[in-house]
Design a protein around this ligand. Structure first.
Ligand code: MG
Length: 337
């Protein structure tokens, strides 16, 4: 692919996308800040100051293929993706906007089903969809549908990627890679033993329970690029090392089988209903048990801790030895979310 063209990797959430954002977006957009977190921080969203309040503001386009998959669809994904970006910045979702671009000829029944699914997900966290836009493109100009959701939330309080401190523990709220593995298996027609199902869910309740139970610092939803990408972002922005215990990272059997079969690192696969939550060591047990009591936090685990360092992620392997866990170039699967 020529170097002067957009490639699929530019949208896959890894280092290729970061390079594109840094070389074009951060250079061309000159007004970047309206509060404590702006464009340059490249966090899950921005934090905007309004009077005494800090609002979280975020947006996401969804292009997942197929539109319907085990465990969810593009509608549930679009609401969850935006709610979760608000949540991991400490934001209680207040309201959402939804813009849809559809191909001419798209079945009305599917459109209704997707809207209904958005409503179901939005109701779970009591966030109304209050404004939106619908556009239609002619046959051949668009594959099927793009759903863009934008959300505002109220910081309770603000959490950013750069807040992790040495000595703190790192939690994950459930099994990793379920969404990525499900889409991959669906698209390639691969069957594995056991049920592969996307984890897609709006997880504000889980995040809120964690923040109430103890002192939480950085949080992130490990979407494209998986926990490998998300942990590297937290470590590099916080300028501390994260040491991970491989044997404590929860991975379901079907996900493990699929990734072993295809030679993919499960740590780079997308989750759409999980959060990485960093917490003060003495509050770790309380936060873990509070998270496990929530609907989407039952399989939560402590997977590592932060140490003084230079911003790298080190994986202590189950069989002994250590390796550096680098940020992936992109998610192994395109159009995953
Ligand atoms: Mg995010």
């Amino acid at each position: 692919m020529p170097e002067d063209k957009i490639t699929l990797e530019h949208g896959a959430g890894g280092t290729a996308m970061m390079k594109l954002i840094k070389e074009i977006i951060l250079k061309e957009f000159s007004l970047k800040q309206r509060g404590p977190v702006g464009l340059d921080e490249l966090d899950d969203g921005a934090a905007v100051t309004v009077g005494d309040n800090t609002l979280i503001f975020t947006t996401d386009s969804h292009t997942v293929k197929p539109l319907f998959f085990p465990g969810g669809d593009i509608g549930r994904l679009a609401v969850s993706g935006t709610v979760n970006d608000l949540a991991v910045m400490g934001g209680q979702p207040l309201a959402m906007a939804c813009a849809v671009v559809i191909r001419e000829g798209f079945p009305l029944d599917d459109y209704r089903r997707i809207c209904r699914s958005m409503d179901t997900a939005a109701r779970e966290v009591d966030v109304p969809i209050v404004t939106g836009d619908t556009k239609v493109m002619e046959k051949g100009a668009l594959d099927e549908m793009i759903v863009t959701t934008t959300g505002i939330g109220l910081a309770k309080p603000l959490k950013t990627d750069s807040m992790l401190k040495p000595g703190e523990k790192v939690l994950i709220t459930g099994n990793i890679g379920d969404h990525g593995a499900t889409i991959l298996a669906c698209r390639e027609g691969i069957a594995v033993e056991g049920e592969l199902k996307s984890d897609v869910a709006p997880i504000w309740e889980t995040v809120q329970a964690a923040m109430k139970a103890g002192e939480v610092s950085a949080m992130k939803d490990p979407t494209r690029g998986g926990i490998a990408m998300a942990l590297n972002e937290i470590a590099s922005k916080s300028k501390v090392d994260i040491v991970l215990e491989e044997e404590n990272i929860p991975i379901s059997k079907p996900v493990r089988s699929l990734t072993e079969m295809l030679g993919i690192d499960p740590l780079t696969l997308t989750s759409e209903g999980r959060a990485i939550i960093c917490v003060k060591a003495e509050d770790c047990d309380a936060v873990l048990s509070a998270v496990r009591k929530t609907k989407y936090g039952k399989d939560a685990q402590v997977i590592g801790e932060a140490k003084e360092g230079i911003g790298t992620v080190v994986l202590k392997m189950a069989g002994g030895g250590r390796r550096l866990l680098r940020p992936p170039i992109g998610d192994p699967v395109p159009r995953i979310c």
